[in-house]
Design a protein around this ligand. Sequence first.
Ligand code: ADP
Ligand code: MG
Length: 381
Amino acid sequence: MGLYRIPIQLEKFVNPGTIVVRSPGRINLIGEHTDYNNGFVLPAAIDKAVYVVIEKNETDAIFLRSVDFNETIETTVADIKPAFGHWSTYILGVAAQVIKKGVMLPGFKLTVYGDVPLGAGLSSSAAIECAVAFAMNELFSFGFDRRELSLLAQHAEHEYAGVKCGIMDQFASLFGKKNNVIRLDCRSLEYEYFPLELNEFTVVLFDTQVKHSLASSEYNVRRAQCEAGVSLIQQKYPEVKSLRDATILMVNECISKEDASYNRCKYVVEEIARLQTACQDLVKGDVRAFGKEMFATHDGLSKEYEVSCKELDYLVEYVRDNPAVIGARMMGGGFGGCTINIIHKDAVNEIVTSLSDAYAKDLGKELKHYLVNIEDGTSVI
Ligand code: ADP
Ligand code: MG
């Protein structure tokens, strides 16, 4: 700790009464669409974060300032309500959850700045929620622990952003640990760190810069298909409460291959198992084997779960046979966003250049990329 610096954009807002908190964005190495099936995920916090400066004002007034949006908002504790689509809703959402907990929330002044790209799938929304929740907890000594703060931030996203997300993003932001991934059991919230020793390799994200409108409707369809599969399995195996409890034998036995939920359930059950294998690869220090699992995840997401898109598939296929790339897959819900790649450090520049050219030529779009390092989770700086 004490390693992170206050960004220059916030320096002028810092004074003896303020607290500054950093809360990072996240990547997910493996375990996609497993969270709402009560399975495991393998996220890590990154070196892109949201920062908040907070101070008391001894009134019930709330003053919010966004450096990035160059805007200020004023309200009072009594008037807190959602502002859907506006940056302030993530902050007010956290405040509302604190109040819901039965805690007396005084007024405050808060300034936010961040360098997590917005809407790219690195969860800038969880980063801002967790930064705010942690900062309020420090400033007013509410006494919530990190687990409680993660749930509070998740509920803020549900109610004030209208996004029914799982717990992964907020958990990863709060519990991140430098050079480690977090294996999170989405059913129990038990977690374990695994060191990600990449040595001569590094994590690179390629941003398709597309977000197809299918994303939210298809997300709901996938959830329903998984539930339908569980119902079929339950007829024979009533102890199965979610796909977490199912095996591939059960899927084969209980769901017809003609049924739309067959491929969906097959993918989820295999992905949950794949994540466990990938963690064993990390224990053995075998990052190449780990990378192969990432490609297998992509194939499952693209062909069986069918949440990829031509841009994501293009980016993965482009690097698949490159010996300098040991793993690549689409990351996040799908239909756009980023791919996550593990690439030899010496080859990064060349691949970024050639892939950007190819993407522009073949798909007519600009490619963005982010180099990410794995860092600690939320803290006061
Ligand atoms: P993602 O979480 O994938 O980045 P979302 O659409 O869920 O995308 O959240 C992005 C929103 O979060 C932004 O539009 C903005 O309202 C809010 N946000 C994120 N970072 C900041 C920031 N640095 N300052 C103000 N608002 C932010
Ligand atoms: Mg988000």
